[in-house]
Design a protein around this ligand. Structure first.
Ligand code: ATP
Ligand code: MG
Length: 415
């Protein structure tokens, strides 16, 4: 038997409602904040991610699904959404349109990861980007929208952590002291960290190796090295969040896994399993890095699998099938289907398409949790009347056999 590749999953029908529910809640909220959906290619030229995400990141160095296509071009399945959206923003000349550009998405991502709970090789992200404003207000709006999403999904036990990782100006001073700190013990770091010391020492702070994490304790923090502008920006973000009543803690160790971040970065973390469910930040240098006009931006992405795993079970009830139209005998199957089709203007309806006997249909209607059944046979067709049966209570009420009457009867007798 052929099995699915490691790190992928099938979302079967008893789970699909969780996905639809989560995506609907997200898109309703995002639309109310003035965001519109964007869809971009599943694969891009590899160079986009090397330049966009950064060639010293874990994502680019270890996790990308990269291959040559039949034309010999190097192609990569997107490991994240932002680089592709920025590419699209530049390529479609959107910087000359009305700014800020506000876009959201729900898309699968691909990373060659060590598979474990909450970590897959194909996973889904729901995210949003604002391109074209450097104001701290964009940071505040997007963080508050993320907070709203998690509240609306009823995620308890998540907390917000924020940090600022400055701009290239304040970072150059910081990187000097950070490098001095790490160099003292460089022999004890993992090989990946060693290779990053010259090119990008801040990456070392994001290493997941236990030993490296240990060595990183007590490292200088960038918050102490912020330039005046970055400091003010970060203070304004905090004041904004305070005024909106959004609680957070400052965690100076957050550096995020992608190179494009500047200034504000943030993560919503689950207290239950310690996983980050939603994360993002400002990326003022990325549009220019990818060949566009220098344009500041801010974005976030949430792992949809991790969101769904934290939504309270009772919020994830599948919608019930409303009607099952029972056909007394095979010769009434088509009449039953006619009634079903008319009722389908208003309800979810099933009828006998499997040659089941009368008794087998009743059993089936029970099993699929139909709320109401209507039996169609000789009498019903002749008298143009039927009985609506509520399955849960057994209550039966007579009605004329037309949709309007059925609607009225439901309204009067069952609601
Ligand atoms: P982590 O530190 O957990 O590896 P990351 O920094 O790589 O996360 P981002 O690239 O910022 O994560 O992705 C944003 C969110 O996407 C994460 O917070 C998480 O919820 C989700 N995510 C990232 N990688 C995976 C994965 N392999 N499987 C499932 N969800 C993931
Ligand atoms: Mg990762």
């Amino acid at each position: 038997m052929i099995q699915k590749p490691k790190g992928t999953k099938d979302v079967l029908q008893d789970e699909i409602y969780n996905w639809i529910y989560t995506e609907n809640v997200a898109s309703c909220i995002f639309e109310n904040y003035g965001f519109k959906e964007i869809r971009i290619p599943t694969f891009e030229y590899t160079e986009l991610f090397e330049r966009g995400v950064g060639d010293t990141t874990d994502v680019v160095q270890k996790e990308m699904y990269t291959f040559n296509d039949k034309g010999g071009r190097s192609i990569t399945l997107r490991p994240e959404g932002t680089a592709g959206i920025v590419r699209s923003f530049i390529e479609n000349g959107l910087s000359s349109k009305l700014l800020p550009f506000k876009a959201y998405y729900a898309m699968p991502m691909f990373r060659y990861e060590n598979v474990q709970k909450g970590r897959y090789r194909e996973f889904n992200q729901i995210g949003a980007e604002i391109i074209g404003t450097e104001s701290y207000m964009a940071d505040v709006e997007l963080i508050s929208m993320a907070d709203k999403l998690l509240n609306e999904l009823n995620l308890k036990d998540v907390y917000l952590t924020i940090n600022s990782i400055g701009c290239p100006k304040c970072r150059s001073n910081y990187q000097k002291v950070l490098k001095e700190f790490i160099e003292k013990n460089i022999d004890e770091y993992c090989n990946t960290c060693k290779s990053r010391l010259e090119k990008n020492p801040m990456r070392i702070l994001d290493c997941k190796e236990k030993r490296c994490k240990e060595l990183n304790k007590g490292a200088p923090v960038i918050l102490d090295y912020l330039c005046k502008e970055c400091k003010e920006h970060f203070e304004n973000v905090q004041n904004g969040l305070n005024s909106l009543g959004i609680k957070y803690v400052i965690d100076s160790s957050i550096v995020r896994g992608l190179d494009y971040y500047t200034k504000t970065v943030f993560e919503f973390i689950s207290k239950i399993d310690g996983y980050t469910v939603l994360a993002g930040g400002r990326y003022d240098g990325l549009v220019k890095e990818l060949g566009g006009i220098d344009t500041p931006a801010f974005g976030f992405a949430a792992g949809e699998e991790r969101l769904i795993s934290l939504i309270p079970q009772e919020d994830l009830q599948d919608e019930q099938l409303e009607f099952y139209i029972v056909s007394m005998e095979e010769k009434y199957d088509i009449e039953a289907m006619k009634i079903a089709n008319e009722l389908r203007e208003y309800f979810s309806v099933q009828t006998n398409i499997s040659s089941r006997s009368f008794n087998a249909q009743m059993k089936y209607a029970n099993k699929i949790n139909a709320q109401y059944t209507i039996v169609i046979g000789e009498n019903e067709i002749r008298s143009k009347k039927c009985k609506i049966k509520e399955m849960k209570t057994g209550k039966e009420v007579e009605s004329k056999l037309d949709v309007e009457s059925i609607l009225n009867t439901l309204d009067e007798e069952f609601m």
